[in-house]
Design a protein around this ligand. Sequence first.
Ligand code: DQA
Length: 149
Amino acid sequence: MRIAVLHGPNLRTLGQREPAVYGHETLEEIEDQIRVLGHDLNVEVEFFQSNTEGSLLDFIEAASERVAGFVINAGALTHTSIALRDCLVGVGLPFVEVHLSNTSSREDFRRGSFLASVAGGVVYGFGPESYLLGLRGLVALVEKSSEKT
Ligand code: DQA
């Protein structure tokens, strides 16, 4: 099984960006943890980060030919992007929405998500662990759906 893990805008600077909210770990360190878990779960993981909405859409379209699903931290696009939601629905693969911070305990504008209602599941508030829980959840979803077919 192959999974893509996507990071949206401003996640490249993790480690330096608002450490009180997002912690001190860099994106590279988080990806290393995801890679290790992927190995344990026998899943190949690829990563993509972009600050640009269109690049994320292009990546999702192209990757949908080779992956079984997505773990996505869309950053602020979570709260704004119908295009991203439409793209994820359009490719028809399961995905799990993840966030490092507890978006429900922050500003009101972070409470809404255009992705949550079409996601297989949502994990937020656990720091880097959100990605790991999200990957476990996605793998379980994909395995369950392949049992049915
Ligand atoms: C975030 C939460 C978003 O509201 C914010 O815009 C981010 C990071 C998180 O991981 O907690 O960029 O997705």
